[in-house]
Design a protein. Sequence first.
Length: 51
Amino acid sequence: MAQSSRVKTLFIEAGGPWENGFCDSFNSNLRDELLVHELFNTMKEAKTRIE
């Protein structure tokens, strides 16, 4: 479909998540809203709170 529309793909460099705005925004929000305010005692507790 991209070829028929003459659209070229642009690949994100490996190890460069800052090039993907959605991921960068999600990670920033997760860190600011949850991770800096919580101390998790177990992995199960962390998974439950994050969900």
